[in-house]
Design a protein around this ligand. Structure first.
Ligand SMILES: [Zn+2]
Ligand SMILES: [Zn+2]
Length: 256
């Protein structure tokens, strides 16, 4: 059971600790993925394009992670201080597994509709910064403006105010989201599998990469269910995943 400090001082301490943990995960997983990409140049998804935005992606991600850490800290500390509809539920193996599933589905629903709203004419300016990366690199994961970040990541602040999600579930969910987001932006397909295509609900890197290269498809985050249901899935997604499951032989061009 996580014991959370109370009051403003406690909140600031949790905010700082969350930021440090997320930055370590950002650079740690980012460097591992960059090394993996170098070993497997043939796994590159967008063969014809290269990114020249790494510096600005890192700079903007480090800024956005401040507010993301704030949402996580608020989502942990507000319920601990009594500012929530319910007190966090007791942590047992069953409640851990149950709330992990509920939180994953709730977050993906939040993300799909919030993300889709940001692709409307009225709101796209708040998300445009993220889409400057047409060929995303692993460093693009958190590269978005304040409002865009708030709409996508505000879940970690709001959900614990409405649902009795145990703090450990919220923390692990955010860490998983951070790590899987890095994989989803890395530009190389290392995790294609039958589970990431029809009839299964999971996704692989190709899913969000197609969102960056096409803009009008693949708005979900963790699962493909909302995109399939709302007919916003890229028409070639399942076929592309199947292709990427097969070993690809390297060409001299891939290593450039
Ligand atoms: Zn988008
Ligand atoms: Zn993205």
């Amino acid at each position: 059971m996580i014991s959370l400090p109370l009051g403003w001082t406690g909140f600031l301490a949790v905010w700082a600790a969350s930021y440090i943990a997320l930055v370590i995960l950002y650079f740690g997983s980012g460097l591992v993925l960059v090394a993996l990409n170098r070993r497997h140049p043939e796994r590159r998804i967008q063969k014809q394009r290269r990114s020249d935005r790494v510096r600005s992606e890192i700079r903007q991600s480090l800024v956005a992670l401040v507010s993301i850490a704030g949402y996580v800290a608020g989502g942990l500390c507000l319920p601990a201080n009594g500012y929530a509809l319910f007190q966090p539920g007791e942590l047992t193996l069953v409640s851990f597994l149950g709330w992990s599933v509920v939180s994953a589905i709730a977050y993906d629903t939040w993300f799909y509709w919030g993300h889709r709203a940001m692709h409307t004419k009225a709101l796209f300016r708040f998300h445009a910064l993220h889409h400057r990366s047409i060929t995303p690199t692993v460093w693009a994961n958190n590269s978005d403006g304040f409002v865009g970040t708030m709409i996508e990541q505000g879940y970690f602040l709001v959900a614990p105010l409405l649902l009795p999600i145990p703090p450990l579930v919220l923390v692990l969910h955010k860490l998983y989201d951070q790590a899987s987001g890095m994989v989803g932006h890395c530009g190389f397909e290392h995790v294609a599998s039958p589970g990431a295509r029809k009839p299964w609900p999971l996704v692989c890197t190709t899913f969000h990469d197609q969102h960056h290269s096409n803009f009008r498809c693949n708005f979900s985050n963790t699962f493909s269910l909302w995109d399939r249901f709302m007919d916003t899935l890229h028409p070639a997604y399942d076929r592309k995943v199947e292709e990427m499951e097969r070993p690809v032989s390297a060409t001299p061009r891939d290593g450039a």
